[in-house]
Design a protein around this ligand. Structure first.
Ligand SMILES: Cc1cc2nc3c(=O)[nH]c(=O)nc-3n(C[C@H](O)[C@H](O)[C@H](O)COP(=O)(O)OP(=O)(O)OC[C@H]3O[C@@H](n4cnc5c(N)ncnc54)[C@H](O)[C@@H]3O)c2cc1C
Length: 367
């Protein structure tokens, strides 16, 4: 019998695992990667014109150190070398690791670089995948039995809807396009959001800025020793031409605002016929946050956050493959939908908002 064909969209941390595990399962796998390189997020690119921000895939910045130790950032069957004593490593070292993973498992021959997936739709029990070649601009139609969607989820910025944003006359930017501290020298800066990016950029920028206002709504102040020029503020109530008024009615003036307000899940290449929709950052309907309940021959890898990404992605891939290869049988559609609803209800009870539907935290280790 002919091996099942598998399409993998994207050659980042998730796509490489999908490709490697599919090949090891003797499936006929092809990965389409729109750029010239593998590694996705971990490929650092210099600052580009803000106007072109939407075409920039990676949010990586210079001098980033991982916020997880390398000892847990490997895959289940391929880990970081123990030679280096450092645990919190640079993006270059993560990229090197992903390249060595691809080399070790001979993945490159199965990756079509500079091939952008434009559209995926169900077609006669298969998936029709329309792919454009970046150089020749030729489009080709391919048919696959199974699809792994691994396009990454830190590319489309999420902005707050704050009164007066368009009145503010200074520079406004999203952390997606932050690359270096250079333009912040001796500036007064407002950073909005105290998630991992907000805290990290506050630490980077405050080294060169005149002062940094960090606006957030955390009930407890972040457990970090900020520089003395960092002043914490509540949410912005309203922007004015030169600055902002905060919820405690204090006001400040500043030159640049950096929105560290997260990202939106986006699948511009999935046609509506795929049966996947995103509502308030909840991608649905999915079984166990990855298998498309409407078409279980498609899995989306990499949605969960507040997780150990490489290990969770690897597990999602291996789990999906069990069903892709018909080694395990999925519950009925109704049962999968019921389980998804139950998960949502539990999250609501735990006080999470709909937009936190894929936040895992302690849930990443539950069954
Ligand atoms: C600033 C920052 C810091 C982080 N720090 C850490 C950390 O310290 N530790 C950690 O474990 N994780 C960290 N992460 C999370 C990180 O995103 C994940 O570790 C992981 O890299 C995500 O991999 P991915 O494959 O899902 O997505 P990506 O790495 O984004 O890869 C997706 C790939 O898909 C390709 N693609 C997209 N659309 C198409 C298309 N239509 N056709 C063809 N190809 C396409 C892209 O070009 C890209 O190569 C960080 C993320 C960010 C943004």
């Amino acid at each position: 019998m002919e091996a099942l064909s598998v399409c993998v969209v994207g050659a980042g941390m998730a796509g490489l695992s999908a490709l490697k595990n599919s090949l090891q399962s003797n499936l006929n796998a092809t990965c389409f990667e729109q750029s010239t390189h593998l590694g996705g997020t971990w490929f650092y690119q210099e600052e580009q014109d803000v106007a072109f921000g939407e075409n920039v895939h990676s949010s990586m910045y210079r001098d980033l150190r991982t916020n997880l130790p390398k000892e847990i950032m490997g895959y289940l069957d391929f880990t970081y070398s123990k030679q280096s004593k450092e645990s919190f490593i640079s993006s270059d070292e993560v990229l090197k690791f992903l390249n060595s993973y691809a080399d070790h498992f001979h993945l490159r021959d199965h990756i079509k670089f500079q091939h952008k997936v434009l559209r995926i739709r169900p077609y006669k029990n298969k998936w029709e995948v329309l792919v454009s070649h970046n150089i020749s601009h030729r489009c080709k139609q391919h048919l696959f039995d199974r699809v792994f969607v691994c396009n990454g989820h830190y590319t489309k910025p999420q902005y707050p809807k704050t009164v007066g944003m368009s009145c503010y006359k200074g520079i406004q930017m999203h952390s997606h396009l932050y690359r270096t501290q250079d333009k912040f020298k001796a500036q007064k800066v407002l950073i909005i959001g105290a998630g991992p990016s907000g805290i990290d950029l506050t630490n980077h920028i405050s080294k060169v800025a005149n002062c940094v206002y960090l606006s957030h709504h955390l009930s407890k102040k972040p457990n970090t020793d900020f520089m003395r020029n960092v002043i914490q503020k509540p949410n912005v109530k309203q922007f004015i031409e030169t600055g902002a008024i905060f919820e405690d009615n204090s006001s400040e003036e500043f030159d640049i605002v950096v929105y560290c307000t997260g990202y939106q899940y986006s699948f511009p290449f999935l046609s509506s016929e795929c049966g996947i929709f995103v509502h308030n950052n909840h991608v649905q309907p999915l079984y166990k946050h990855c298998i498309n309940i409407n078409y279980p021959t498609m899995a989306i890898i990499g949605l969960p956050y507040a997780v150990i990404p490489s290990q969770v992605f690897d597990l999602q891939v291996r789990f999906s493959l069990k069903f892709f290869k018909n080694e395990l049988k999925l519950p009925s559609r109704e049962d999968m939908l019921t389980e998804m609803e139950k998960d949502n209800e539990e999250r609501q009870k735990d006080g999470l908002r709909e937009r936190d539907a894929h936040r895992m935290g302690a849930k990443q280790v539950s069954k």
